[in-house]
Structure formats: C-alpha cells, structure tokens
Design a binder for this molecule. Sequence first.
Ligand code: SF4
Length: 335
Amino acid sequence: MTPGGKYLKNRVVSGYRPSGRLHLGHYHGNLKNMVRLQETHQCFFFVADWHMLTTGYRDTSMLGRWTSDMVLDWLAAGLDPDKCTIYRQSDVRAISELHLYFGMVTTLGELERNPTYKEQLRELGSRVTNTYGFLGYPVLQATDILAVDAELVPVGEDQLPHLELTREIARDFNSLYGEIFPEPQPILSTSPKIPGTDGRKMSKSYGNYIGLDESPEEIARKVRKMVTDPARKRRSDKGHPEVCTVFTLCKIYCPDDLDALAGACREAGIGCTDCKDRLAERVAGDLAPLRERRRELEKETGLVAAILGRGAQVVNPIVEDSCAKARAAMNIGSL
Ligand code: SF4
C-alpha cells in the first residue's frame, strides 16, 4: 500500500546522488518517468547520499544543502509524497549492514567489468576514483534495490549492466544461503539520451549541464555555447542536423517544426544562432512552471525534513526485515 493508501502495481525503486540542483539530463532521463510511475506503481525514491561519497568524499560540506535542493526539485517536477515514498539512504542504516553481506559474495571481476566504472575512470581520473568505495559502488546500488524487495527498476540502456550485476548478486546470495532476494527487472527508459552543451552526456561532473532552475538568460547563454555540426563553420555552410547536439534537444523541445528546421539547416536557410535562440526560448518556457513551483516550495520551512522523516518511517522496517532474513540465513549472530 502506498503512503496515499492506494493498492498499486509492483514496487519500483530509484535513487539519485545529491550533487546539487537537477538538470535536463535528470529531468528527461528519469524524473518525468518517476512522476508517471507514482500514479501506477508503489514507488520508493531515495536520495543516494552515501553514493555521493564514492566520488565526492573529500568535500562533504554541501551534502545537506544538495539533499534539500534535490528533494525540492523532485517536488517541483511533480513528485508527490502522498503518492510515493521519498527517503534518504543514510536514514536507513540497515542498508549498510546488507551492503556488507552483499560485498562478501561479489567478485572483483564482476565489479571491474562494469562499463560505467571504466568510463568514469577515464573521465574523472584515478585520483578521484581509485578507491575501494568507488569500485564497490554497484554493490551499494544492488543493496538499495534488494533491501526494499523492489521488483522493478527504471533504467536507461547504459545502466542495464548495473541491474544485471544486481541480479547476479541476488542469484549468488540465494544460491549460497537460500531464496531470499527476488531478482529485479528493468523498466527500460524510452527517453533519448540528453547531450550536454559540449556534446557529451549531460552531467554535473562534466560541467556541461542546463539546470532546471536556471533563468531564461542563463539558459540562452548556455545554449548559445552549445556545440553544433562541426562541418558548419560559416552561416552559408549547409548543415547536418543528425550530428548536431542542438538538434538532439530540438527533437524534444521543437517537435512541431522539426522537419522544417532540419530542412532549413541542410539548405543553410537558418543560422545556428537563430536555431539556438529558438531552442533556448522553448526550454525556458517549459521550465518556467517548475521554477515557479520551486520558489513556492522553498518558503515552506521544514518541508524536506518532514518528507524524509516520513519516508524513513516507511522504509526502515522493510529494510530491517530484509536484513534480519539475510543475517539469519548466513548464521550471523548464531551461537
Ligand atoms: S542550424 Fe541548428 S541544427 Fe543546424 S547545425 Fe546549426 S544549430 Fe545545429
């Protein structure tokens, strides 16, 4: 049963690292989907603050602020605590105990094969990522999912290997100690990958994002700097929208005149600056209601603490139960 009292379909879990205000990549990649899922499924959405430590352990001074910011952004985008359970990972201490047990059954090979691990090693460098916590973060992800008995996990294509590892961990554990943890299934995202202003995946770590709370002026400034078709150096050069980062966002924000825009680009009938200004206007218009709701929510003192407290009350007994089952199956604490 949900906090709202309705009996809904299977339990879904999804979490975000609190790394500051959310951006378009979060919004289109998963957040809009979360807002839809809360209407039909029993949804558990959490602030993954322990995950933030895997790359951000050197400076944790903003953790509290970023947690509040993220929850407020979720609410502004349409998550409703009467329809879903919103909680903070570190408020559910039994997750850390389960994480320890799952870590014991996970091999180094399984972790080193993780494609995201390899990608982030390349992008962030070994000074940040050369830690036990970073290599092992998929075990913590698996724990987040298995601890609440989630049956479904919304994922993008690139996150499927993580979910597969979660399923492997559940299988490994079950084969050793008995059938305790169900293997979760993916809900595959159909949303396109959102490129950042430099053409790479939009990410806080890459500094190439457009935030949900940014002003129309900031949005216009960032969109103006976006990379386009590299072959289109002059206004008179014919463009190739299929390789242009701006055009990828136009598919979302300008669907009504996409064909006309592509045609004009190919014939050099429109300049990149005009094209970008049109996109920036659409993005700003779409985000305006979110910014407005965010301003209202910020005025409610104690709102985030109350929502997280309520979420912890729902989730703690579920995870403690999972943990007790694992402990008993592994003979931990027996005499
Ligand atoms: S006109 Fe638009 S779609 Fe074409 S290259 Fe320029 S920014 Fe990209």
